[in-house]
Design a protein around this ligand. Structure first.
Ligand SMILES: Cc1ncc(COP(=O)(O)O)c(C=O)c1O
Length: 375
């Protein structure tokens, strides 16, 4: 059998990884400024992460959600403590798209409405309602159509007001920082405006922190750079450092009903041990503070490069905009300088999403490579 070829691939296969680097079979070392698409939070092959998952595997790897799974509660408590939402509830699933699908269900069960209000350039996943909420007609198929989606530009204060004051919108779904769309940050004022309108109209405010959460922006969640408290938060990517795990964090005002949500694999023992290890390492190694510090350093250095038009982002979620398309630049960084970077739907934006523990000398390695390619 062959693979269903839906991805365009770089001609480089990492077979081993450690810290902030990946290695090919011949031992060539690549700096990971991409974090495997914002997934690698605590660094590759962290010894405490490997130990926790191995120990768990040696005890029990899986049993269904029909029995108590103690490590779910242990992980939920740690997540509540580190994220600043200790009184909230957690539903566990397996991916970002699944987290968003379930968040939309929680919202709809709450107010019995069906319209979903989203933003241009937003990305929320590939499953049916999540892809309908995503601003990319190229990945939408007839089976995904039919959802009632309202889409406006970010920062359209008046537009948001007239949509929400109709009083028939189920929820607002917004990324903490738009990632795939090219690193666009909603302003604190815009988030506060949405919060106020949602309160006024019984609309649920869902923050998609799948890419921007778990410390990436120098706070646990990107929205915590503001004072806004959402109703529901979706998480995945950095949560498992590569182990597939996602979650929906739910304000206590939402009441759970047996059977309301469900999944076979969500919250399994191994996924929870991976997520718990990630949380413990984030705390022990002060990775959020590091993301803030190294992110600020990178931004400051980047903006002084003459060819750089704009630098956007917070912490280690950075978009570098040029006035040319970056595909060749990205190839050259990878093939000639051995640095992985990310792209975005804005073809002129290079995206950085390195592991949160990246060191200054590694940031310098990237900066030097970039300057050389641009010279
Ligand atoms: C903001 C955001 N939401 C949702 C998703 C979908 O996550 P997954 O690919 O795990 O389904 C992504 C993935 O890139 C994302 O960046």
């Amino acid at each position: 059998m062959n693979l269903f070829e839906v991805y365009s691939l770089f001609d480089i296969e990492p077979v081993r990884a450690e810290g902030n680097y990946v290695f090919t079979q011949d031992g060539t070392k690549y700096l990971d400024m991409y974090g495997g698409h914002a997934v690698i939070s605590i660094g590759h092959s962290h010894p405490d992460y490997k130990n926790r998952i191995t120990k768990q595997l040696n005890k029990i790897g899986f049993y269904s959600n029909s029995v108590p799974i103690g490590i779910q509660q242990e992980m939920a408590e740690k997540l509540g403590e580190l994220s600043g939402y200790p009184d909230w509830n957690l539903f566990l699933c397996n991916s970002g798209a699944e987290a968003n699908e379930n968040a939309l269900k929680v919202a709809s069960a709450y107010n019995q409405r069906k319209k979903v209000f989203v933003f241009e350039k937003g990305f929320h996943g590939r499953t049916s309602l999540a892809v309908a909420a995503t601003d990319n007609p190229k990945i939408l198929l007839p089976v995904n159509e039919g959802a009632e989606i309202i889409r406006l530009p970010l920062e359209d204060f008046d537009g948001a007001e007239s949509v929400l004051l109709q009083q028939d919108v189920c929820c607002v779904l917004i990324e903490g920082i738009q990632g795939v769309g090219g690193i666009n940050i909603p302003t604190i004022n815009f988030l506060s405006h949405l919060r106020k309108l949602c309160d006024q109209t019984n609309t649920v405010l869902i923050l998609d922190e799948i890419q921007s959460g778990f410390g990436r922006t120098g706070k646990f969640f990107a929205h915590q750079h503001s004072e806004v408290v959402p109703d529901v938060i979706t998480i995945a990517k950095g949560m498992g450092n590569g182990f597939p795990v996602g979650g929906v964090m739910i304000h206590p005002k939402f009441k759970a009903q047996p059977g309301m949500l469900g999944t076979t694999f969500g919250g399994n023992h191994l996924a929870c041990s991976a997520a718990l290890a990630v949380l413990e390492i984030i705390e022990k190694e002060s990775l959020i503070e590091n993301a803030d510090k190294i992110g600020a350093y990178l931004k400051e250095e980047l903006i002084s490069i003459p060819q750089v038009k704009e630098v956007r982002g917070l912490g280690l979620m950075i978009g570098i905009e040029f006035d040319f398309e970056i595909a060749d630049l990205r190839d050259e960084l990878l093939y000639s300088h051995h640095v992985f970077t990310g792209s975005s739907s804005n073809k002129k934006v290079l995206r950085l999403l390195p592991p949160l523990g990246i060191k200054k000398h590694e940031a310098d390695q990237f900066l030097n490579a970039l300057k050389e390619v641009l010279s």
